[in-house]
Design a protein around this ligand. Structure first.
Ligand SMILES: Cc1ncc(COP(=O)(O)O)c(C=O)c1O
Length: 452
């Protein structure tokens, strides 16, 4: 597709699904052939349609197909692609200066983003932040700071956790294939404990919160020793691991245990943060106040920015120059973040995420009534998933999950799968998606189930 034939961009794109070729079309297939000669196959794509423009709730590909987006580039473009405040902030900043390195000659945008992080993240205590480039880098830094501040080494992570692909974050991530397989040896002093996963908790969902808390704190006591634990890191709603929502009481109990033993409680809000779940942060739901929060993805409307925000006494423990990086908090990404945060505030995107949940959950619950292979419908706000298992069992149904996803893709709906067992369909629409596209996307999903 040439520049001239792209009708518009960002939120001005017509908000409709429109397929003019098969998916992927000939121009996308030609690019896939080119790609195979240049790009390493270790980087793969869920749906190889090559994007020419995107905005609101649609992606337009190089063949001129307009697809409904239920993925937001993995929970990133919550404010929509090329959201006006983001695009304008980026353009203005790029025209002024693109980089100085905050560690050499600083600039206001970095400070302003850290002020916003202090204001928006849970808790009204005194906070400090650092900015980095990716979610994994944020997690690495959170652990560095927790270790430094406590003088302890052990880090506790959960079953089904996903924290990134760098060496330490691979160690923290639970799933072997594809994230860890043959990439070891991994960082040590990482201990894994069970996640409060209501659907799969051996004693059933009603016992999950209390039992899981007992097991987790018991394992930390017997296998780590509270006095050796620098940090417990948890996604308040797990992302790649399957959109697992811990039952009420589990996170507050865990935070309380950490507080009692001087263990830094790190909430990894990289996927769940910035209005995605209907609050600014998923921890807000139960008023859990972590000692440290890692953020990325939704923070900057698509530009690569991430942060670690924590209690001042922890963050300030690290000596000057102990933290940083060449690009961390690059001025263009900071301008994007300020535009994205202003959009979330002005358009009440947390409220919009709650509304998306209200629209999606009843339709998905009705679908689960009809198709017993849907073992669970879960999530909050616009972070929603269904888990597929052989009817009457918890045996993951990977084949059905893949088939439904493929049928959605062919019909022009971008959906993602996830889960330790690969049997979860997750829905992460941009929070600015119009209702009619949300409805149409759900209808496509219903039709996809009918093909099974
Ligand atoms: C909860 C969580 N933590 C960390 C990461 C890693 O972020 P990045 O891919 O930006 O390194 C992700 C990415 O999916 C995530 O969902």
């Amino acid at each position: 597709m040439t520049e001239q034939t792209i009708p518009a961009a960002g939120p001005d794109l017509p908000q409709r699904r429109n397929l003019v070729t098969e998916i992927p079309g000939p121009a996308s297939r030609a690019l896939t052939e080119r790609r195979q000669r240049a790009v390493a196959r270790g980087v793969s794509s869920v749906l190889p349609v090559y994007v020419a423009a995107a905005g609101g709730g649609v992606l337009v590909d190089v063949d001129g197909n307009s697809l409904i987006d239920f993925g937001s580039g993995i929970a990133v473009v919550s404010v929509g692609n090329s959201a006006p405040r983001v695009a304008e902030g980026v353009a203005a900043q790029a025209a002024r200066f693109t980089h100085t390195c905050f560690m050499v000659t600083p600039y206001e945008g970095y400070v302003e983003v850290c002020e916003e992080l202090a204001r928006r993240t849970p808790g009204d205590h005194d906070k400090r932040s650092i900015l980095v480039n990716s979610g994994a880098e944020a997690v690495e830094n959170a652990v560095k700071i927790a270790r430094h501040a406590t003088g302890r080494q052990a880090v506790v992570a959960f079953d089904h956790a996903y924290h990134g692909r760098t060496n330490l974050t691979m160690a923290l991530t639970a799933k072997n294939m594809p994230y860890k397989h043959r990439f070891g040896p991994f960082a040590n002093e990482v201990y894994r404990v069970p996640m409060a996963y209501p659907l799969r908790w051996p004693g059933g969902p009603a016992r999950c919160a209390a039992d899981a808390l007992d097991v987790v704190t018991g394992l930390i006591h017997t296998q780590v020793g509270e006095q050796n634990a620098a940090a417990v890191i948890i996604e308040p709603i797990q992302g790649e691991g399957g959109f697992i929502v811990p039952p009420d009481g589990f996170l507050p109990g865990l935070a309380e245990f950490c507080r009692a033993h001087g263990i830094v409680f790190i909430a990894d809000e990289i996927q769940s943060g910035f209005c995605r779940t209907g609050d600014w942060f998923a921890c807000d739901h139960e008023r859990v106040v972590p000692d440290m929060v890692t953020t990325a993805k939704g923070i900057a409307g698509g530009l690569p920015l991430a942060g670690v925000t924590g209690r001042t006494e922890l963050m300030e423990a690290v000596h000057p120059s102990g933290l940083g990086g060449t690009y961390g908090g690059n001025p263009v990404t900071c301008a994007a973040a300020l535009g994205a945060i202003a959009t979330m505030e002005a358009e009440d995107l947390a409220g919009r995420a709650r509304r998306i949940g209200e629209i999606m959950l009843p339709r998905l619950e009705a679908l689960a009534e009809k198709y017993p292979l849907i073992a669970d419908v879960r999530g909050r706000g616009a972070m929603i998933a269904i888990e597929l298992a052989e009817p009457g069992t918890l045996t993951p149904d990977l084949a059905a999950t893949a088939k439904v996803a493929a049928a959605c893709h062919a019909a022009g709906l971008v959906v993602l799968t996830c889960g330790t067992f690969g049997n979860v369909l997750r829905f992460l629409p941009p929070l600015v998606i119009p209702d009619h596209l949300l409805d149409e996307g759900l209808t496509i999903l219903e039709e996809a189930f009918a093909t099974l």
